[in-house]
Every structure is written in C-alpha cells, then in structure tokens.
Design a protein around this ligand. Structure first.
Ligand code: AHR
Length: 506
C-alpha cells in the first residue's frame, strides 16, 4: 500500500486557532431564513417561529459565528424594513435572487435566534446602494445604549439592551459585476474608508472587514486587494476572501485538489496585504476573513435555477439546494485543513451557507431536519480543532490533476491545546483509487493516546443524505489507527477525510 509520511512538532506552531474560523452564513436567499431557520408553523418552532430541531443541529455543528443578512442580498437591503411591528413591515422585491422579501425576519429576530444558538453575529452593511449615513444609523440602532433617536427606536421595538455586534463587513463582493452598486477598487476603497472612519467615531473598537475578491479567478484578483487596502489599511482589521468549488467537466481529480487553490489564494491575499503594509511602513497586520467558502454547483444554478422571468418573484423559492456527496464532504474537510494551516492569517471564516442553501443542514417544511455529508467534517473539526495549529510536513505520493498539475494525494494538519495537552490530526486522501497508509510522527506532544477516530469514506463516493435517506452517510471509527511511541499510523481509504482525537495519558 502507498505510504505518506507526516511530521509535526509542538515546537513548530503556525499560530493560535481563532474560534471564529468555524463560522457560517445566513442570507435572505431561497429557504435559508424562511422555511429554514424560521418556520412559525413547525412543531418545534419557538414563540418567535424559529425551529428547535434546526437550532439543535446548528449547535451540534459547532458554529461559532454567523454572517448576516447577505451576501448579494445585502446590497439592496434596507435594514429599517426588518424592524418594528411585523405586520407593518414592507414587502420588497429582492433583486439579488429575484425573490419576494417579506421582512418577517429582521435584526431583532436574528438577535433572538443567535442568542438561542449561542453564536456570535457578524453583520454585513449595504455599501452597494447605500452609504455612510445608513451604516451609521444601523450601528447606532444595533450597538448604542439608549439616549439617542435611533437607539431609542430599538428600545421601543422591544430591545432596551444593545445587540453588541463587534464584527462588521463593509459591503459584499463589491468587485463583482453582478453586485448591486459594483464599483472599481479605488472607488469602493474610498467609500469603505469613509464608512469605517465614520463607524469608529461611534464605536472605535469595532472589527471591520473590507471586501476582497469574490474568488481568485476574478480578473482584478490581486490588484483589487492592493488598491482597496491602499485606501483602507489604517481603517480595517481584516480583508475578506470568498471561494466556491465544483467539479468542472467531470474533472473530479482537480475538484478533490481544491484546497491547493485555497492554500494559494490565502497566500496571495496575505502577501498582497503585506505588500501594502511594507509600502506604508506599517506595524499593523491585516488578517483574512474567509467569509464565504464551500462546494457550490453554481453551474447548475446558472443553467437551471436562476429566476430570470421579469414577473416572477417567488417567496422563499428552492434555490441553491445542492445535495452533497461523500466526495463533496472530503473536499470540505480538506478546505478546513487549509484554513487551519493558515491559522496565522485566517482569523474568521464562514461556511456558506447554514440551512437549505448550499448548506450542511437541510429541512422539509413541517417535517424533518437532517445533516448533509458536509456537516460531519465541519462539526468534528470545530469540536477537535482547538488551541493552536502545528505545521505538518507531508511527503506523499502524488496525483495528477488537470488544473493544478501534480499534487500530494495526502494533506494534513495537527492541532493542540497547550493547556490540556489534547491534540488532533486531520488528514485527507485525495486519491480515487489507492488506500494510503499515513504515518504521523508527533514530536513534543507528551504521552498521548488515541481517544477517537472518524473517517468519512464510502464505496460509493456519490452517496448522499436525502429526505428519503437521511442517515445514508456518516463517518465511522477507523480501527486501523495505532499510536506507538509518538507515531500514529492509520489507513486512509480512497477519497476520504479523517480526524483522530488524542488525549494526554495520565
Ligand atoms: O452564497 C451565495 C452567494 O455567493 C452570495 O450571496 C454571494 O456573496 C456569493 O456570490
């Protein structure tokens, strides 16, 4: 059997892992909000209409932050529509997804849901069709104690206490021609800088995310980051990155190697931010908020789902409801490895999205909620991937891909909590044909023992969980794992993602 040799040392840390890396995203899109997290008629719904079964799954998923309310949706959104008595809220046309927005869920409802889920909110501001003044109003409404006109309005609408939101996105995908209010990097950068300065006059300690590129294939990628940061370097804390992967023209090998692209993407954004840092002789480092990432069959959306008829504006239509396979979950697991490998720069990330829309959790109106295949690597990595990330050197057989050339069949990262001595090893085997024996030399971890193993693989890599077969796919314990004298050996089946939890021996 082919072998991969991996070495990681407690002395070679990448950096502390921000818990915000395990964030997700709720957009007013399709059935993510309505008939997703919110369904007043559902048997498990609370008094505000939020499904209890979905909340349970969200907690199990281990989501730490949720970005809201968009996405492309935010660039046409008036936040004021979503506050005040529900019966008086306006019904609007949402241009981003050609849908009808009833505004039954807005800021107060989201705050209630986030509180019940035990999650930190991350709010996106509309900088597509709006500007500084509306952003200031939203911040005053959201975060300021009562005593001014707009914060008093929040109290009148039922929330005396401010919502206390720290993380704010200055717009969404402003580099994309599809975005309402799309503009060039310098124009956007100037607007983002003015808005950030204005917001900090109300609350200096906000954490602000400026828009980076919508993906690394954008014609402006690299230049966009440089020009935007030249306008905003002193005003913001993080720059965003977004990416969605899918197999193109049946090229599954390249798809399985998507994390190679994510690695490069992160490295280029970090290098570009550091270039601006050098130009400015600045001491400050800009971090990355990877606030949209996932597998998304967007070609299917463009060819079959996109609503184009001018008179068609459905409410909560079934859009972007991708059914994820084992292969998709292995890719998602490998993308999580990439995020952890960049723990020094990626300080926030959002799996896009959370429910029904390209989501780990699916629901049926009036019926069940279930876990898609991608649920498992996320939930396990969020639970075990704590503390700090350790640099792992990997020597493995290669696979040949159309997009990325020769890539290692195996990738890995090790995490460790210095306070408890707990550790975890995350591994992916991208080979479609070969099982690979991985040997992981773990240096400086002290005496540890295997506490748990999980491998996601299947004889049918296209297997999925569906309404009819909700538990068809789940990770299983990997009985091949052995740990002797700081050497972990484990067999990785073809197209598989694996996690091993280690606990100190007493
Ligand atoms: O997540 C779906 C969409 O993808 C988001 O609305 C947008 O920001 C991105 O293009």
């Amino acid at each position: 059997m082919p072998e991969a040799r991996i070495t990681a040392s407690a002395a070679a840390t990448i950096g502390p892992i921000s818990r915000r890396v395990f964030g997700s995203f709720v957009e007013h899109l399709g059935r993510c909000v309505y008939d997703g997290i919110h369904e007043p008629g559902h048997p498990t719904a609370d008094a505000q209409g939020f499904r209890g079964d979905v909340l349970d799954l969200v907690r199990e998923l281990g989501v730490t932050t949720v970005r809201y309310p968009g996405g492309n949706f935010v660039s046409g959104y008036r936040w004021e529509d979503g506050v005040g008595p529900v019966a008086e809220r306006p019904v609007r046309r949402d241009l981003a997804w050609h849908s009808t927005e009833t505004n039954e869920v807005g800021l107060h409802e989201f705050a209630h849901w986030i509180d019940r889920a035990g999650i930190e909110p991350m709010l996106a501001i509309n900088l597509g069709t709006r500007g500084e003044l509306e952003a200031l109003d939203l911040l005053e409404y959201t975060n300021l104690p009562t005593g001014s006109a707009i914060s008093d309005r929040r109290a009148a609408n039922g929330s005396e206490a401010p919502f206390g939101v720290t993380m704010w996105c200055l717009g969404n995908e402003m580099d994309g021609p599809w975005q309402l209010g799309h503009r060039n990097a310098v124009d956007y950068g100037k607007l983002a800088s003015r808005t950030a300065k204005a917001l900090r006059q109300l609350q200096p300690d906000l954490e602000l995310v400026v828009c980076g590129s919508s993906n690394s294939q954008m014609p402006t990628f690299g230049t966009w980051e440089r020009e935007v940061l030249e306008q905003t370097y002193d005003d913001v804390d993080l720059i965003s990155a977004h990416v969605y992967y899918q197999p193109v023209d049946g090229d599954v090998d390249s798809f399985l190697a998507s994390a190679v692209d994510m690695d490069r993407f992160i490295d280029v954004v970090a290098a570009t931010a550091d270039h601006v840092k050098a130009e400015r002789r600045s001491d400050k480092t800009i971090h990355i908020s990877f606030d949209e990432w996932n597998v998304w069959y967007s070609r299917r959306f463009e060819e079959q789902e996109r609503i184009t008829a001018i008179d068609e504006w459905p409410k909560a239509p079934r859009l972007l409801e991708d059914v994820y396979t084992v292969t998709d979950a292995v890719v998602v697991g490998s993308l999580l490895i990439s995020l952890l490998k960049h723990a020094d720069r990626v300080q926030a990330a959002s799996l896009a999205q959370l429910v029904n829309v390209i989501a780990p959790i699916m629901t049926e109106p009036g019926g069940a909620a279930w876990r898609q295949t991608i649920f498992f690597p996320f939930a396990i990595t969020s639970r075990l991937g704590r503390g700090e990330a350790l640099r792992a050197s990997v020597s493995a057989p290669t696979i040949t891909t159309g997009k990325y050339g020769e890539v290692p069949a195996v990738d890995a990262v090790v995490t460790r909590e210095p306070e408890t001595g707990s550790a975890a090893v995350f591994l992916v085997n991208r080979s479609r044909t070969e099982s690979i024996t991985a040997t992981v030399a773990l240096e400086g971890l002290g005496p540890v023992a295997i506490a748990e193993t999980h491998t996601l693989a299947d004889d049918d890599p296209d297997a999925a969980n569906t309404l009819q077969q909700q538990d068809r796919v789940a990770p299983a314990a990997n009985d091949s794992a052995r740990l002797d004298d700081g050497r972990l050996t484990i067999v990785l089946p073809p197209v598989s993602w694996t996690a091993v939890g280690l606990e100190p021996e007493h």
